[in-house]
Structures are given as structure tokens and as C-alpha cells.
Write a protein of this length. Structure first.
Length: 233
């Protein structure tokens, strides 16, 4: 988990599986220590994305959205979207070739590498400063039991029903099974309806074609949107 602004490495943990619950444990630990980011950028891999869900939502991403984190996914087969993460992976691979990980204590090796990355290695993009000198924790505190999300007054809000379907505008739309029983906000823009869950745009409804489609582009974040300046990926 890498801070977008400072390149500060918040999490580098060997979990040996991409199971959502194990990943959530690491994120909870980071959020408790460092605060909650305003947004997160991720790829279409497990556990961030489900090929079985129209919106791609998983139980892990629903939990993240309930924290008020705006989620963004990179383009398919477009690693440039997460160039900072890709460059970090390259640095990690070079370090692995130079200093192989001891089989008995792999996490100790990762902890040392994380410390060096944050406190020792200068970054050209940071004016040759280290990430630790730039990074600051988020002012948004982690809440293990967040209140139900409150949408703007007067907005159109509906509940996702059985099978992850939404009844609106005379049609049943596929949204996401991970959102069954959850309330979503609908914002109409011409012949399209933007479907938001908490702060994240998760689906577009094409009224002319009666089709529920993946989000083709992300709307800019309003300048008045509250939250930390930090974003992680």
C-alpha cells in the first residue's frame, strides 16, 4: 500500500494469499495507525475486483467504500495507470536479486526494505528527499463501525434488492450482489444515470439502451469534497 503523494510505503506484508479477509486485516491496521485515505486506486485483480459482479464490487471493496473512501480502478491491461506501484515493484525485484529473502524470516526482510524505502532512499520525484520527510498521516480516523452513509438531501436513493438488482425507471438493472440491501444514490445526466455507493461511482445506467454498463470514465472530485489529501494504491 503506497501513498500516492509521497511514495511512502504504508504496508508491505507477506500474507501468501489474496483472500479478502487477510487483506482487510492489513488495511485495518494501516488505517488505525495512519488514518483513512480519501481515495484508493487499485487494479482488477482479486480481492479488489470480482469478474462475477457487474460493478466489480467485492465484500472488501464494499467495506472500503463504507469508510468513505472513493475507489478508482485502473484501466484493463494498462499498468501505466499505476506507474508508481509498478516502479516500486521493480525496485523490490532488484533488491530481491541482490539480497535474497531468508526462508525462515521473510517478513523481517520486508520490514527492513520498507524502512529503507521510506527513510533512506531519496526519490528524484521528491526533489531527492525521502518519503518519510514528505508523508503525513490522514486526519480521517478509522471507524470499525461506521454509520449508514448519508447521501445529499433531496437526492434519489434506492435500495439494491434480491440478486443485486435495482428497480428504477421502469426497468430492473444489474448492480452487484455485494451490495444487496445497501442504499445507492442515482444521479441523472441526460440519458444516463450515475449510480453511487457512498462516494464511489460504481455503475452507469443507459436509459436509451436500457443497459447497465461499467463506468467508462471517472468524474472529477469536487474541490469541496471533505477528507484527507492522501490517496493510496
Amino acid at each position: 500500500m503506497l501513498d500516492d503523494c509521497s511514495r511512502y510505503l504504508l504496508v508491505l506484508q507477506a500474507v501468501w494469499t489474496n483472500h479478502g479477509e487477510l487483506v482487510r486485516e492489513q488495511l485495518e491496521s494501516a488505517f488505525t495507525t495512519c488514518g483513512v485515505p480519501q481515495a484508493m486506486l487499485m487494479d482488477h485483480g482479486i480481492p479488489w475486483w470480482s469478474e462475477q459482479s457487474p460493478s466489480g464490487a467485492t465484500r472488501l471493496t464494499v467495506w472500503l467504500m463504507k469508510q468513505g473512501i472513493r475507489l478508482h480502478w485502473s484501466g484493463y491491461r494498462h499498468p501505466q495507470t499505476q506507474g508508481k506501484v509498478e516502479r516500486f515493484h521493480g525496485a523490490l525485484e532488484r533488491a530481491l536479486r541482490m539480497r535474497p529473502v531468508p526462508r525462515q524470516q521473510p517478513q523481517a526482510w520486508l520490514d527492513q526494505f520498507r524502512w529503507e524505502h521510506n527513510h533512506v532512499r531519496p526519490h528524484e520525484a521528491l526533489g531527492m528527499q525521502t518519503p518519510a520527510t514528505i508523508w503525513h498521516s490522514s486526519v480521517r480516523r478509522y471507524d470499525p463501525h461506521p454509520r449508514p452513509w448519508e447521501y445529499p438531501a433531496g437526492s434519489k436513493v434506492l435500495k439494491v434488492g434480491h440478486g443485486g438488482m435495482l428497480d428504477a425507471y421502469g426497468t430492473r438493472w444489474k448492480i452487484a450482489k455485494a451490495l444487496i440491501g445497501e442504499r445507492v444514490q442515482l444521479e441523472r445526466v441526460g440519458d444516463r444515470v450515475l449510480v453511487y455507493y457512498c462516494r464511489t461511482l460504481i455503475r452507469e445506467l443507459d436509459l436509451a439502451k436500457r443497459a447497465s454498463i461499467m463506468v467508462q470514465r471517472w468524474r472529477p472530485q469536487p474541490a469541496s469534497d471533505p477528507g484527507s489529501e492522501n490517496a493510496s494504491s
